[in-house]
Design a protein around this ligand. Sequence first.
Ligand SMILES: Cc1cc2nc3c(=O)[nH]c(=O)nc-3n(C[C@H](O)[C@H](O)[C@H](O)COP(=O)(O)OP(=O)(O)OC[C@H]3O[C@@H](n4cnc5c(N)ncnc54)[C@H](O)[C@@H]3O)c2cc1C
Ligand code: FES
Ligand code: FES
Length: 1353
Amino acid sequence: MAPSEAVDELVFFVNGKKVVEKDVDPETTLLTYLRRKLGLCGTKLGCGEGGCGACTVMISKYDPFQKKILHHTANACLFPVCALHHVAVTTVEGIGNTKSRLHPAQERIAKSHGSQCGFCTPGIVMSMYTLLRNNPEPKMEDIEDAFQGNLCRCTGYRPILEGYRTFAKDMNCCGRVANGTGCCRSGRENSTNGGCCGGKANGPGCCMNGKEDSVTMLSSSLFNSSEFQPLDPTQEPIFPPELMTQRNKQQKQMCFKGERVMWIQPTSLKELVALKSQYPNAKLVVGNTEVGIEMRLKNFLYPVIIAPAWIPEMNAVQHTETGVTIGAACTLRSVEEVMRKAVAELPPYKTEVFQAVLEQLRWFAGPQIRNVAALGGNIMTASPISDLNPVLMASGSKLTLVSKEGKRTITMDEKFFTGYRKTVVKPEEILLSVEIPYSKKGEYFSAFKQASRREDDIAIVTCGMRVLFQDGTSRVEEIKLSYGGMAPTTVLALKTCKELTGRDWNEKLLQDACRLLAGEMDLSPSAPGGMVDFRRTLTLSFFFKFYLTVLQKLSKNLNGTKNLCEPIPSNYISATELFHRDPIANAQLFQEVPRGQAVEDMVGRPLMHVSAAKQASGEAVYCDDIPHYEKELYLTLVTSTKAHAKILSVDASEAQSVPGFVCFVSAKDVPGSNITGIANDETVFAEDVVTCVGHIIGAVLADTQEHSRRAAKAVKIKYEELKPIVTIQEAIEKQSFFKSIKRINKGDVKKGFEESDHILEGEMYLGGQEHFYLETHCTLAVPKGEDGEMELFVSTQNPMKTQEFTANALGVPSNRVVVRVKRMGGGFGGKETRSTILTTVVAVAAFKTGRAVRCMLDRDEDMLISGGRHPFLGRYKVGFMKNGKVKSLEVSYYCNGGNSVDLSHGVMDRALLHLDNSYNIPNVSSMGTICKTNLPSNTAFRGFGGPQGMIIAECWMSDLARKCNLPPEEVRKLNLYNEGDLTHFNQKLEGFTLRRCWDECLSSSSYHARKKLIKEFNKQNRWKKRGMCIIPTKFGISFTVPFLNQVFQEKDASVFHRGRSAAYQVFTFVLQVASRSLGIPTSKIYISETSTNTVPNTSPTAASVSADINGMAVHNACQTILKRLEPIKQSNPKGSWEDWIVAAYQSCISLSATGFYRIPDIGYDFEKNEGKPFSYFSYGVACSEVEIDCLTGDHKNIRTDIVMDVGTSLNPAIDIGQIEGAFVQGLGLFTMEELRYSPEGNLYTRGPGMYKIPAFGDIPTEFYVSLLRDCPNSKAVYSSKAVGEPPLFLSASVFYAIKDAIYAARKDSGLTEPFRLDSPATPERIRNACVDIFTKMCPSAEPGTFKPWSVRV
Ligand SMILES: Cc1cc2nc3c(=O)[nH]c(=O)nc-3n(C[C@H](O)[C@H](O)[C@H](O)COP(=O)(O)OP(=O)(O)OC[C@H]3O[C@@H](n4cnc5c(N)ncnc54)[C@H](O)[C@@H]3O)c2cc1C
Ligand code: FES
Ligand code: FES
């Protein structure tokens, strides 16, 4: 029972307003409370697991221990509302708004084009705001660190950093320290880079010149920072004085009881100990970053939670004789502060362990997590991949435990962890404090971690390593090697350590240590987590790094006494260097509008995205922000847990007992047709058979989201399992294909091979990709009560199909269904067709109950059910001459379509149409096959098959250059198309600007000079290698599904259009087009939402053509209006726009017009290989340089230069934003993002915890983008070109730069032949490809002799 006198009234402040809450449920998070109870919807839900930062808020509290006010960020999605007592919360709404004044953190992100879909923006704003509250003059490094826990899927991060760089006091326009090394203003004559644009500072072509010729002027400024309001820290809201006085008063124990969970917050250790003895199974929650995840994602229930945050002893820090004792409730942020201070103040030999703790904390989660998560939480979770436990174990840290029985202190050693997530700590015991020891003289300590992504990622393998030498010698007295990620617990390599004790620190010790570790740190080939060879190799690589680091220190420390150890070879030194980030630098170059262009004519100017300010202030309304309807219900899907099975029974009886349960909906509730999908091969609800994990079987409706979630989990389904087909390989073996294998053939392939000097055959696999739009699928269905009318608010790229499919499921004519889309938090193709699988279910539920029904998928559900980019397998045979000229190509493409056709045919068509990338291949034979498997249907994704088609082309291209022993850039250039050439699908290339892009990119990137430097670097470094690659792209513009190439527009005082996708961009483009077409300023135009009752039959916003077709249609509508206005204008030529409008009304002239546009002359016949599949092509070239760590597989993107032809840019800020955003998305595709499935077809990677998209720290350190000048496009509105998709593929330059670097590493091992590298080039693939002595000590198990944990689908 809860203590009877405990306080049950929670008092806190939100945006300066006091909240007193008596009735709180401990299961409620701050995010739910803000959004549902306070209606503050600016704080977004992106993942619910602390992994995206969309929910970032600022928490301020008075710390009675430190006697000061602390401000820090936190993830509202994990923050328990019960932990808010005497705390002030600031959300994005609390710092500024468009009605009064934006805060500079809001204004600058908006004006610097750092907000595209805007869903991530409030979280990023709050991270910046909190940093400024703590430090109004941050360094650029502080700004970068502040964003470690925020993700954005649209912008590519550069504009955000650039806008916020204006707060940094140490930065110049190019991102370098003003006039320091590399600064664009410093005019370094001898440098290879010179100015920020790549040209020599202020030399010809340098962006700083504002180079002018007779007509054009180049500009590098997308915003004008002089317009920004200054930051005035004195204007920030004050911390509520009431909370200061309250926190100084004696606290009383608090207790809150919810439906299932009780929360008790004691105030003294005595109370805490008594409570833990009363509730031994209670969880002690400080940060809730572990418990919150267990309850939300793993369905664990902890009926009693005890919060020890107020216990003084658990928050204390004490320096003792032997080390620093830190209270177990201290947050990781405070541990970091303590360690940093100690390192600064104490002699370095004493702080070896502290430095290792700091190195681990540097890459531990993001700041939002580190600010709240406790040291004790990390230890007691006992996760095998904890970052701190290996350090604490290797250092022999001491843990003090307390219970009713008293205190005891134990050492964290090999006996501490007793099993997976288990320790020797008894249930009634509490971890009170941790003593981290000082190191001694002659003692050395290192920690290493390798993860899929550097920032905010859990470890694949992590370790802490300690060695103590006998005084003044290099003989090992004690050694401890502790690893995480190699067993169900953190482990010590006891056997190895025993063998190494007493040995000298030399080459022989190294060899023996590696041999011993390879044996001791073994893993079963089926081990959970997979990556077995990689993990085993990492244990040796880390030891090697430790060995070298210690050797280096030893030789320095022992120098002068006796020369006791071998010097470390100079080309090995870089292996010991820890990752460091260089200051970012970037430049964007574009052509300014011609002189004399009217000021109000916005075409060609970097106009800010129309909604950016609202997005930055949290006012922008997304689907789930729409206020609740009366008696609204929440829906949760019930989906299959089997990939292929017969449904034997569905039992929802247990769900009925969950409070708030309303009903269960399934196939029998569908009033119309249960058959749905683009090819009518899907069901709204599965009936007899399920064909993938995540197949929708039913849905539960309840009064709240929490209740519907719980009820859905209680629905029991029985299956009879059938054998699934999961991978492309299995589909090929079983010939499981969707019909209609496509081919494109040209010339005589056989003859081409006969005439070739060499023939190369190979295979490449490219994994799929999750869209990871920050806003998951969301629908709100509102039945209108009459004639089956239904209003749907949907986050979709495709209102037309949504309307059609819903009407079909409801059995009503389409005109009864209205679909409304205000904005989307990202789509990228994922909301082109797959949004309908949720919408139809929600609509059926609303129809059945007659009540409004809402559902926003949780991130894990979204990733599970909605499919993504198609994985591809390419098999090729290429014939070529000695000089690298390609003669003949035979390719077969296989893609994993999943369980329904959806858009797979279009995707495969585009892959085949892009199999040439940009190269002229005289003889081609190609075939595309779509595999039918038991995975959720794959679908459209930016690039729509194009990137898959092209990456395989670049694979054989890079291999053949190696085979010919020729520089890859020469072979690529030799094979590039020329103006007027015919492609393999017989389309003539006109206005072919690719060679211009190529030459400009080669020159602006100083390609040849840097190549020499790279060669030199690689000679001097054995374990770090650099690589560089320049890659072209040619991307066909139009839908490859012909009927989609049209659009119907309406135009009047407001503009309704059908563009949504990256809808944010299209809105702005349309505004600019309408402004020029009508000759009025943009301020006179308003763009409304898209809905099917204002614009019928809308093609999806996709395939990059949205600006083209919408722009043209709007232009056409404007022309109609102008024609009608003509007589009025003539009769009053000096009148204003308003005068003419009034006169038109009085003369009964309609000013409402529709515009229609269809892309002319396109249509292609695969059978005959004739016709034009594309309206025109977009071109671009990128050159990227990377550095890999051959020992760990880590890589860093050093520099990328892009030259892109976007025609005459309608809006350079948007075009450059699209280029950078697409590039970074491609970077994820080709180097990072890996969907992992079990052999049974179960997706493991269901959230940002396991699926890593690029973060702020992953973008190239130097990132230069220039738009090709003077290249108008006659095929699109105002000579522009589509830009949404084409640049994505340019990130393949990073992939092939990595491959180039791996070649250099392999060369040092005597390997020079082409080798296979599949995509993405993850640390695992990079490390495994860098074959060396360590990889050879960890050989792979024979395939077929074991069941792997995951399979390549
Ligand atoms: C997005 C994200 C990223 C993360 N990244 C990392 C990472 O990079 N590296 C890493 O190692 N971990 C990571 N974690 C895991 C987690 O953040 C850490 O383990 C954290 O330190 C847990 O602390 P907490 O206070 O939030 O724990 P809580 O969730 O509050 O508690 C965790 C467990 O510890 C027990 N416990 C807490 N304090 C005590 C005590 N004093 N005595 C006895 N039992 C106690 C609780 O009962 C509970 O079982 C991440 C988590 C998230 C959500
Ligand atoms: S929603 Fe909280 S971090 Fe993603
Ligand atoms: S703008 Fe960042 S996710 Fe869309």
